[in-house]
Design a protein around this ligand. Sequence first.
Ligand SMILES: Cc1cc2nc3c(=O)[nH]c(=O)nc-3n(C[C@H](O)[C@H](O)[C@H](O)COP(=O)(O)OP(=O)(O)OC[C@H]3O[C@@H](n4cnc5c(N)ncnc54)[C@H](O)[C@@H]3O)c2cc1C
Length: 420
Amino acid sequence: MRTEEIVVVGAGAAGMMAAIEAAARGCQVLLLDRNEKAGKKVFITGKGRCNVTNACDTSDLFSNIISNEKFLYSAIYQFDNHQVMDFFEKEGCPLKVERGSRVFPVSDHSSDVIKVLLMKMNSLGVKIRYHALVEDLIIDENQTIRGVVLEKGERIFADKVILATGGLSYSPTGSDGKMLYILEKHGHKIVEPKPALVPFEIKEDLGSRLQGLALKNVVLTVKDGKKELFKGMGEMLFTHFGISGPLVLSASSYYVKKAYKKEVTAILDLKPALDEEQLDKRILRDFEENKNRLFKNSLDKLLPAKLIPVIIDYSGIHPEKKINEIVREERKRLVQLLKHLEMNITGTRSFREAIITQGGVSVKEVNPSTMESKKIQGLYLAGEMLDIDAVTGGYNIQLAWSTGHLAGESAALKVKQQKF
Ligand SMILES: Cc1cc2nc3c(=O)[nH]c(=O)nc-3n(C[C@H](O)[C@H](O)[C@H](O)COP(=O)(O)OP(=O)(O)OC[C@H]3O[C@@H](n4cnc5c(N)ncnc54)[C@H](O)[C@@H]3O)c2cc1C
């Protein structure tokens, strides 16, 4: 009976990095993926450009992590964002840094990131087997991993197994979360998986009325009663069901963490550069210049065309009213509306539209210094399948590179240690 040294399950960001690191340390590695090719999710990251990491100071990575930042210290510090950048550049994928320190391949092609990983695995002798769906784990009576079971019952034995099967989002890429339930069956605690970095659904008809409207430099605050869950500035988009865009996706991760499925309030400041007094003065000035115009024709300097009829409706000021007939109270109401446009968030869209999964294998049962399971010896876990997540900006894939690298290193060291 043949036994592999290390079997890695999942040829995503974490699994490929784990395979590379384990092979670089002299282990013989077999990488399994259910798909017909590697890196299907990496391919679609960053709108096909792959935001490979963030070039911030490594210590700043932690403030962008939503779940279990402390657990990630060892993993990040042994293979940090700058080492990730060095790795790709050295292996032949030049990188560039864009707005918000986001790092992309100079070519703007995520396929170049995958190409480098495949070439590196090839040069290190990693064997890859596609169409290999892992359906169970082989665990002996001492709670030690012995291998994996494939779809048709084929058993592959291994000294160590690294699982990097991802979360539940965008399941056509191969990550459907089923491995979480296999682990649960074998005694691992799973923190409820929830869609995160995901658009919001709202109660009001604003989404359908403003569908397609993108707003830049607005401030969004999300509140659960009086408790502020999120406040941030950036870009958002109205869609047929509600709101989306980078600012909303970031807000969603905090909402999912603290108030999942609750109805909460979103408050939009359309003019964050001006305080209420300054905005009132600005509107007064506009009104002075347009004294004899109708209210409905007076806001075009202040707002995008699509937003004007909505703001007019919400203001309660008659659209046919002449500007010089608008009283102070009405003008104040308009200012309030532009600074505090309220929407009721009723929930998020599903995993199909979620960039990542929040929740997964509880990190309490994983050794942070090695990524080894505390429940099953010789089993290592990496990437999005763990209960770790971050905001957008290249941080999530960085967590996959870091945890994958640490799992690969630890598994390889253990194999070598046990052999000699
Ligand atoms: C649209 C989109 C855009 C994104 N953009 C960015 C970005 O620009 N920057 C960023 O930081 N993050 C981004 N992310 C998030 C990031 O892609 C993921 O967090 C990261 O890829 C997770 O890597 P992983 O290796 O843990 O899992 P995955 O990449 O999901 O890989 C898991 C692999 O395991 C395989 N697998 C699953 N189950 C089995 C099984 N039972 N048997 C065999 N194989 C199995 C799957 O086929 C898959 O290949 C984006 C995500 C999406 C959906």
